[in-house]
Design a protein around this ligand. Structure first.
Ligand SMILES: *[C@@H]1O[C@H](CO)[C@@H](O)[C@H](O)[C@H]1NC(C)=O
Length: 207
């Protein structure tokens, strides 16, 4: 059966926009308040992940399959992450990627977007920008797989530009692509053109 590729991680990126907003809000909080909110989030995640770990898929428990993933320390409370998810789809492609990661097949991941993804304000681009952190996390969580990563984001560009030169910034045969145009496609709710251009880009990626 042909392996459909690549998978899109739009939902995760919406979560990222939520995280950016939460980071702004957090900047106004006292250290004690931040600690309390982290502890509350961690408590909520603990309950959810515990229930998830008890589930079984075929003959395996989710805890065995996704052990290191389930030990991730989330910064955002689950309710906030849930609010950022608009559409999850059937997830068939993402399931294929997770399967390959679990069985130890090599996986290539990439990112496109604007300066947020390129690494603006990260203490060290290529190490502490979000895509590098996600890459490191995936390598830690799936040690059997060989995760190769390429960041194709271009600062100060909208999705319309990537639409024209996608092949230059994304390797062919990529398995998982993160797409982030939270800021650079603008936030005008009445703009009728940009959403269409963005949809065209997503369709091109999914072909
Ligand atoms: C991982 O994949 C890359 C790209 O295909 C390859 O160059 C590298 O040798 C691989 N590493 C291991 C440990 O297999």
């Amino acid at each position: 059966m042909p392996r459909p590729r690549p998978a899109l991680a739009a939902a995760l990126l919406l979560a990222l926009c939520g995280a950016a907003a939460a980071a702004d809000a957090a900047a106004d909080m006292s250290d004690a308040a931040k600690e309390r909110s982290r502890a509350a989030a961690s408590e909520q995640w603990h309950g959810r992940l515990h229930r998830l770990a008890a589930l079984r898929v075929d003959d395996f428990s989710v805890a065995d399959l996704l052990g290191p993933v389930l030990r991730h320390r989330y910064e955002l409370p689950p309710t906030q992450v849930k609010k950022s998810l608009v559409y999850l789809g059937a997830n068939q492609r993402l399931r294929r990627v997770v399967h390959d990661l679990l069985v130890g097949r090599p996986i290539s991941i990439g990112a496109i977007g604007g300066s947020i993804t390129h690494g603006a304000k990260a203490s060290k681009i290529g190490e502490t920008d979000w895509f590098s952190l996600v890459t490191r996390y995936m390598r830690d969580a799936f040690p059997r797989s060989n995760v190769t990563a390429r960041n194709g984001a271009l600062p100060a560009t909208p999705s319309a530009l990537m639409n024209m030169c996608l092949e230059t910034y994304v390797d062919s045969g990529i398995d998982l692509l993160f797409v982030e145009y939270c800021a650079n496609d603008g936030s005008d709710p009445h703009d009728r053109v940009k959403p269409k251009v963005y949809e065209r880009l997503l369709r091109k990626i999914l072909q």
